[in-house]
Design a protein around this ligand. Structure first.
Ligand code: PLP
Length: 803
């Protein structure tokens, strides 16, 4: 084993040589993007040795593999992560410094791989990191979107969406694999007849054939050689284009499949495109897995013993009928055997209880786009209904649980019927699924249901994004926690240590200064690093209640303006959130936040005590500097609506206090840290359910009872924050004329009160630091390593790769 010095010298030589080879000029004349690309390629090539060894090890051991099918992987940047996981970060940083290159500048050139919307996609990315780091054979399957989720700009206080050209410098991590390309067929018609062997012969004459070409990205584990694969499928023209009207039209039709993360679904064309995307990556991924399996085993009868597929929400649920189609039509298997294999292979994760988010497709779309797959869905539905009456004796559930009804395909129902495991993503969420949303299915299939509380990779979200805190923890409890995050609990012994408390507050101050500098550089806003950093960073959605947060700010503003003797402890309210492009309410809330910020930040009476900052373009890289600078973590969803949340875990792990409702994983955070180390307020999930059941809520009563609520609500429409009378009318109407569906006014007083308690507690610096340390100490449970170990043992039945 060469020593560090030799490795460093070798690295420097290689780096210089590669620049010349690739760009035909010496290092001194190379452009910074060329240096970034060269470093990225070197890291990838270095990882490739382990990558190839991993593939061989898995193939030789013939061990079971897991495939995580997800429409979204919110990967963020990979350079730092890969250098760190490979254990060469320091050597590379020093080597580059000796060549006069600042590694941080190269890191900043990388575009975020923003192949997703939010929590669901980020979960998939954290899972990949944990799989490799735990030596487990697990791979991702997704689409290679040409544009990531839109970039958010703010123009005149409003969100403007700009295309995210994340591939403009190329993607150094991917390797195109044309030899693994497969054709995916859409539309047309199906012929069926009885073959000589008495089995059905099925011929699909498609109207569109698309070539799916995979781009593989190595997923480097921490302190291990095991390197898994994220396979991203790209649509290209096929040799056999079928009856496309014209070549141009065909090329367009192909290209739009992989263009955007979430095609605009306000039109029929956009909706159908989304369905096309879903089938595209499912069919490509699955056909590829089958091919590999057949090459190794020559039979599919052991398919479920060797392959597990996890369906991340319902987007990849066409996996179920597609696997049936392959087994029945291409491999001539009998229905019962094919069905057993399919159920044993598939497992489904539910991510939402919001009924409007449960995916349904018009039968007509599915029939037109996927005629053969639709026939199979019909047969699954028919047999399921038969089983309901003949096996389960539950004819009463036939309509409730049907896969096909009201002219639609109910994807969650298909997912549950066609898989052996259905999991929720936090304890409370799973209980709500069992007792409410999926109650009927729970009665039929109680043993399918299980919980897997989400997690986050502590490597990205603690070790790499917060080196200051990591160093303090290493000094205090030794470095075992890096490999075994549950060891963070050793910190409990020291939470009363006043030196440690002080050192923690210094680390927090350092992180706050880094964030303050970013805010100054990008928004030219000065914020007070001694103020409380109160952060709400997540997608903008009514149920997440950013509106409740800004209403408290409006309330504080009025109170300070009215009473010059009333002053709060200085606080910086920080928001970061993207709104879906067609979600007008959410966009209006973004505008309201900006308008309130304008008023508050420019009022010299109040601005020394409060500032409101909206950080545009929230994504993984911004989260990496935002979460760890927070004192207060805003997790204020209407109880029962947030399935889990993972932002809450990132904040906790970096020593912020949860100001939240008893919702999602907040419940489990509080279970671990104790009520006294969080600030919990508001209605509980069962209160909310009762209110809805009894229809007992009257928003106007709240409004008339409390003059402070009245003042805040009125200010939405009396030109206090905007001179345009159209502004915020929509928000006002949602609250007052739709009976405040998410119960903001019902929780308002409790929230204001909780915010006051936060302030009181912050003034006790030692008590506050102790609270933060308890949160860090208890956060190990929320490492995605724990989550993945549970999936691996209880659902996938996979074992670690021996290398
Ligand atoms: C963690 C994360 C999320 C999820 O946040 P929630 O508060 O759980 O909704 C969304 N987006 C990004 C970029 C994240 O890093």
């Amino acid at each position: 084993m060469a020593n560090t010095l030799e490795i460093k010298e070798q690295f420097k030589e290689d780096f210089k040589r590669r620049i010349v080879e690739r760009y035909g000029r010496p290092l001194e004349q190379a452009h910074i993007t060329e240096k970034y690309m060269t470093l990225g390629e070197m890291v990838r090539d270095y990882a490739s040795i382990n990558w190839s060894d991993s593939k061989n090890a898995v193939a030789e051991s013939k061990s079971k593999q897991m495939y995580y099918f997800s429409m979204e992987f919110l990967m963020g940047r990979l350079l730092t992560n890969n250098l760190m996981n490979l254990g060469v970060y320091d050597v590379v940083k020093e080597g580059l410094a000796e060549l006069g290159i600042d590694l941080n500048e190269l890191e900043d050139l990388e575009s975020d791989a923003g192949l997703g919307n939010g929590g669901l996609g980020r979960l998939a990315a954290c899972f990949l990191d944990s799989l490799s780091s735990l030596n487990l054979p697990g791979n991702g399957n997704c689409i290679r979107y040409e544009y990531g989720l839109f970039k958010q700009k703010i123009v005149n206080n409003e969100q403007v969406e700009v295309p995210d050209q994340w591939l403009s410098l190329g993607n150094v991590w991917e390797v195109r694999k044309p030899k693994h390309a497969v054709d995916v067929k859409f539309g047309g018609h199906v012929d069926m007849w009885m073959g000589e062997d008495g089995k059905a012969v099925v011929n699909h004459y498609p109207s569109l054939v698309v070539r799916a070409v995979p781009y593989d990205v190595p997923i480097v584990g921490y302190d291990t050689k095991v390197t898994n694969t994220l396979r991203l499928w790209s649509a290209e023209v096929a040799d056999d284009a079928c009856d496309a009207a014209s070549l141009n039209e065909y090329v367009n039709e192909v290209r739009e499949i992989c263009r955007n993360v979430y095609p605009d679904d306000s039109t029929e064309h956009g909706k159908k495109l989304r369905l096309k995307q879903e089938y595209f990556f499912v069919a490509a991924g699955l056909n590829n897995i089958i091919k590999t399996h057949m090459e190794t085993y020559g039979t599919l009868s052991n398919f479920a013993e060797k392959n597990a597929i996890q369906l991340n929400d319902t987007h990849p649920v066409l996996c179920i009928p597609e696997l049936m189609r392959i087994l029945l039509d291409e491999y001539k298997m009998e229905w019962d055997e094919a069905w057993n294999i399919t159920k044993k292979t598939m497992a489904y994760t539910n991510h939402t209880v919001l009924s409007e988010a449960l995916e349904k497709w018009p039968i007509q779309y599915v029939q037109e786009l996927l005629p053969r797959v639709y026939m199979i869905i019909e047969e699954i539905d028919r047999r399921f209904k038969y089983a309901l009456s003949h096996e389960f004796g539950r004819t009463d559930l036939i309509n409730e649980c049907a896969i096909l009804k009201d002219g639609q395909v109910h994807m969650a129902n298909l997912a549950i019927v066609g898989s052996h495991s259905v999991n929720g993503v936090a304890a409370l969420h799973t209980e709500i699924l069992k007792n409410d949303v999926l109650k009927n299915f729970y009665e039929i299939y109680p043993s399918k249901f299980n919980n897997k509380t989400n997690g986050i990779t502590h490597r990205r979200w603690l070790l790499y994004s917060n080196p200051q805190l990591t160093k303090l923890l290493e000094k205090t409890i030794d470095s075992d926690f890096k490999k075994h995050p549950e060891k963070l609990e050793n910190l409990m012994k020291y939470v009363d240590n006043e030196d440690l408390q002080k050192e923690f507050m210094e680390v927090k101050m350092e992180r706050k200064k880094i964030l303050a500098k970013y805010i100054k550089d990008t928004l030219n806003i000065d914020i007070d690093v001694n103020s409380i950093f109160d952060v709400q960073a997540k997608r903008l959605h009514a149920y997440k209640r950013q509106l409740l947060n800004i209403m408290n700010i409006m309330h504080l503003y009025f109170k300070m303006k009215e009473d010059p003797s009333y002053r709060i402890y200085p606080r910086t309210f920080i928001f970061a959130a993207k709104a879906a492009p067609s979600y007008t309410f959410a966009k209006e809330v973004i505008k309201l936040i900006h308008c309130v910020a304008d008023k508050v930040n420019n009022d010299s009476d109040v601005s020394p005590f409060m500032k409101v900052v909206f950080i545009p373009n929230y994504g993984v890289s911004i989260a990496e500097i935002l979460m760890n600078a927070a004192d207060v973590s805003e997790q204020i969803s209407t109880a029962g609506k947030e399935a889990s949340g993972t932002g809450n875990m990132k904040f906790m792990m970096n020593g912020a206090i949860t100001l939240g409702t008893m919702d999602g994983a907040n419940v489990e955070i509080v279970e671990r840290v104790g009520m006294e180390n969080a600030e919990i307020f508001g209605l509980r999930a069962d209160d909310v359910a009762l209110i809805h059941r009894e229809n007992s809520y009257d928003v106007w009563k709240k409004y008339h009872q409390n003059p402070e609520i009245k003042r805040v609500v009125n200010s939405l429409i009396d030109n206090t924050f905007s001179s345009d009378p159209k502004d915020f009318k929509l928000i006002y109407n949602e609250l007052m004329f739709k009976n405040d569906e998410y119960l903001l006014l019902a929780d308002f007083e409790a929230y204001v009160h909780a915010q006051n308690r936060v302030e009181e507690r912050y003034k006790d610096r030692k008590g506050w630091a102790r609270m933060c340390l308890v949160n860090i100490a208890q956060s190990g449970y929320f490492s995605s390593d724990r989550t993945i170990e549970e999936y691996a043992k209880e659902i996938w039945n996979i074992e670690s790769v021996k290398m």
